[in-house]
Design a protein around this ligand. Sequence first.
Ligand code: 5GP
Ligand code: ZN
Length: 142
Amino acid sequence: MRDCVFCKIARGEIPASKLLENNEVLSFLDINPVNPGHILVMPKKHYETVMDIPEKELGRVMEMVPALSRAVVKVTRAEGLNLFQTNRACAGQTIPHVHFHIIPRHSTDGFSFGWRQGNYPEGEMERLRKDIIKTLGDYRLR
Ligand code: 5GP
Ligand code: ZN
């Protein structure tokens, strides 16, 4: 996509601190890291969200995650990491080109997702489960 920042990085039109790269996937350092070593990994082809990308292509993106994670944890001496992902503005997506964040974590880093977790009213969990299964229809992994 012409005006997409991450497509421009994929095409080499704007610079990025690149890490691993193949024909389909590119990983690079986030310019504004939550912690040093914060990595982004994405398909080179433009898809907006995980709802849009074909599963095989998402699989290719995910293949890069373990090696990148091991390397960044080692280099930054992180105690752990978060694999994080945003879809659409309401979920915090600022660049509408699907990508995953690999964020090295330290127990002292003060970063928190601040999740609020709730409960289901009686019967609601099962209602949702049935609706999702019905919507999946005869979907099978290809
Ligand atoms: P989102 O909020 O969409 O999940 O994450 C987008 C991420 O892209 C942000 O963490 C932001 O710092 C990073 N980012 C935005 N523009 C650039 C850029 O031009 N270069 C790099 N390396 N990272 C960027
Ligand atoms: Zn794009």
